[in-house]
Design a protein around this ligand. Sequence first.
Ligand SMILES: Nc1ncnc2c1ncn2[C@@H]1O[C@H](COP(=O)(O)OP(=O)(O)OP(=O)(O)O)[C@@H](O)[C@H]1O
Ligand SMILES: [Mg+2]
Length: 381
Amino acid sequence: MDMAVEMAKSDPDRIVPSVLLVDDRPENLLALEGVLKPLGARLVKARSGEDALLHLLRETFAVILLDVQMPRLDGLQTAELIKQREQTRHIPIIFITALSRETAYIFKGYEQGAVDYLLKPIDPEILRAKVRVFCDLFVRGEMIRMRSVESDAKDVFLADVIHELKTPLAAAKAQAQLALHQLGDRRTDATTARSLRLISRQIDRLNRLVGDLLEASRLEAGSVELQTSQFDLSALLEEMRNRMQPLGDRHPIRINAPEKLSLIADKDRIEQVLANLLSNAIRYSPEGGPIEVDAETTGDGVHIRVRDRGLGIPREHQQLVFERFGRAHGSAFGGLGLGLAISKGIVERHGGRIWVESTGRPGEGSVFHVQLPLVTPPAQT
Ligand SMILES: Nc1ncnc2c1ncn2[C@@H]1O[C@H](COP(=O)(O)OP(=O)(O)OP(=O)(O)O)[C@@H](O)[C@H]1O
Ligand SMILES: [Mg+2]
């Protein structure tokens, strides 16, 4: 990992593209070199098609300049071989040919954009301009690749930091609890007790945030192990309704599921997904309204729907809400925007899918859909 960070921090200016020049005549190679020198790219010369292929085995190039008329392996045959190899087929080729424009149709057979040609005698300006475009493309591609390495490293770092937060939080919570206990219920200490209770509640909130962040980053990193077992989804839904219903009778929870719906999955995590969906349905229906949960088998899967009559989610936010910290209704509702990102991670880890349907008009609400396989495939556990 250190290596990756080291690499990623290297200056983008230091990405030097290489250009492969292939021609059987040394004087042509020298001429090409003269024209391309100002670009600052590394110029590698090959005297034959075979020689070019050897270079391509060793390193990667931003673009290849290929003379068409060469003895033995000519330019077209060489290109054919380059395009056949997985590792080299993406490298753009510019053919250099003395043939007239009419024969340009030969090149039509190649993938678009990756192949270009120049007629002899070569116009230095045009040659330089074409090669520069490919060099720029190459540098940009390399930078994107490096940045993605860097952001992987950042995610690992973030997960470590989040994990470290847990220790001081647990200590602070224990101290607050202890102080509250020692205060007892002496009247004079009422304000102190109130403050302590507030501190304690804020610590709980932080703890939840830390736990959710950790869970989200672990799910994203794929380092979550599923504990699968067989359980009855219908019973689980019933149990959850009994637990959550007292929280608010303004949101009657109605369940529509078969008598028994046997599922092999990670029960705790499926429960976590359902709890997220139900608490969202309640939280984002400030005017109240029923919450309907449907579950049914469909072939080798189960389809769960959670419908509310709340605020809904405008179409343009329907992707965003499944991302970390993605919120469609700002911070007014006290959410952090992690619940659905975690739910999506869990569902996908089971080989399933989660999505939302909503007109975005308040009162018409949303329907969250979860599709899961009846048996979690072993590759996922
Ligand atoms: N049933 C729903 N109706 C309307 N909007 C919803 C609903 N469920 C989620 N949303 C929108 O999607 C956003 C993301 O939801 P998510 O559950 O990921 O985060 P949250 O509820 O804001 O916070 P938490 O991390 O506590 O769950 C919410 O902020 C809200 O804007
Ligand atoms: Mg939520």
